[in-house]
Design a protein around this ligand. Sequence first.
Ligand SMILES: [Zn+2]
Length: 268
Amino acid sequence: MRKNVMESFPLKSHVKVKENRIKAWLFCRFKNAIFLAVVAALSLVTACDGKPSVRLSSSDLIGRVVKVADGDTITILDSSKTQHKIRLQGIDAPEKNQAYGDAAGRYLSGLVAGKEVRVAWGKRDKYNRILGTVYANGEEVNLEMLKAGYAWHYKRFDSTPAYAQAESAARAARRGLWAGLNPIPPEQFRHGVPSPSAAPGRVEYHAGRTLPVSARTPAPVNATWPDTGYWLSTNSNKRHNRNCENYRKTRGYPCQKNEGERCGKCGG
Ligand SMILES: [Zn+2]
């Protein structure tokens, strides 16, 4: 601030000194107000840059669901034939190429595909999708996805108690994706952030792929792990079935049939 004062009022000549001093005094007198204005302007800019950007009006949309992209994104067509892409707010479903990604999409399709829905919304996200709560047949679809265990409660952006409770209940009952042994929050999966809870024998994900954590994998097989019929080799990201010579013989963990890539020999 001080530096700016000097730059704003350079001393061009001796005669100007007094005038500049007055200007500097005025600047100091009002610098708090100027500072506050700058802070306000900056916070507006940051708010626009953040994920859920604030939109002024809040409204309801009615439309028919014409596309279900995945477990948390749909497209609706309203009566004026305008399409709106809706991101179900407060939840985060597994990515398409992630374990349970397809299952989550199918479950959401079962709830809304082809149906007329109401969308309560107030904001758009940084991709200009409407962040909304979807209602179909009197059910709150976002909540239903959590109850069925096909989405995480997106706690970073939402604090709805019913959503937190629904996720906890689904976890406890091991419904949907919670039946998997190593559910990775989609946000981590997308950005390749190592799982902070990665325990020995578990894998970390990076850029949408499982990667070996050899140093953290002390033994190839943990005898206490359940026999799911499928084995994910963490060094290769290949999934083997029970008939494969690699089943429970490599470094890895028991997995579901939609995790990893199919083994070329046994078909996964
Ligand atoms: Zn195999």
